[in-house]
Design a protein around this ligand. Sequence first.
Ligand SMILES: Cc1ncc(COP(=O)(O)O)c(C=O)c1O
Length: 282
Amino acid sequence: MKVGIRVNFDLSDDGVSLLVEGHEISRFGICYENGDLHSAIDELNSVKNIQIVGLHGHFSTSLRKVETFRRITEVLCKIAKETNLTNLEYIDVGGGIFGEVPKSLIDNTPSFDEYAEAICSVMNQEFGHYKKRPNLILEPGISMVANTFVFVAKVIGNKKIKDKNFVLVDGSVHNIKPTMHKKNLPMQIVRQSMAKNHSSENFNIVGYTCLEKDYLAHNFNDKIPQINDYIIFENVGAYTIVFNPSFIKEKPAIIANDNNEIFVVRKKETIQQFFNEEIYCF
Ligand SMILES: Cc1ncc(COP(=O)(O)O)c(C=O)c1O
């Protein structure tokens, strides 16, 4: 039987963690530093029918730096040598790279070519002279899907609390950024009519749920959207479909646009599906 091992190693930079949300260590994989990885490899090697064919290291870092991927590749190659894994079929450096990110969200993100150059130069240096070189596996997630979806919300109300403007839409922060980060996504406002005298004002866009923190956008400056206008939030393809709680309102439909052919890929959830009688007992 062929097996691959997910490796956990210290990725900190001068003692500073690179991991998302300030995690000091990752909880995934088998630990290199405390010897567990070596023990696991020894144990697997001692079993006749098992062949270790892959080493895997995925880390979710906040800056997604090219250097981090060079380092992950280097450490996986170092471990392969140290543990004498000469029959590796693949090195898997996981996901966690940047895709095409709008400049308004994060400026100056690395290109796919820059990641490729860093990772492949290590792979070529380590395995270039091998007769049978291990394959390189990447597991990009967000970078592939984030910019493939937009979310269209309808304005259903607006009001002022003290001096702050609130625009209420029929969507929720869960539809566009389930991690509830505070950055405004790129968005377009589609207006029914453009009132001539209105000047730009500061407003927040808030969702239909009862959560105080249900903000789809903070401190946005433009002419205030009116009831029945639409707001199109861009770059919402990552995590939004699977991380969408059954909370207060049914899930919206998903519509695809393939070369200007428009079709439904998920129907709007019905109230019967929302209160699914197959699983809830009334
Ligand atoms: C093992 C593994 N591979 C790949 C990914 C995709 O990561 P990303 O979406 O940041 O590219 C994840 C996400 O957490 C993961 O856990």
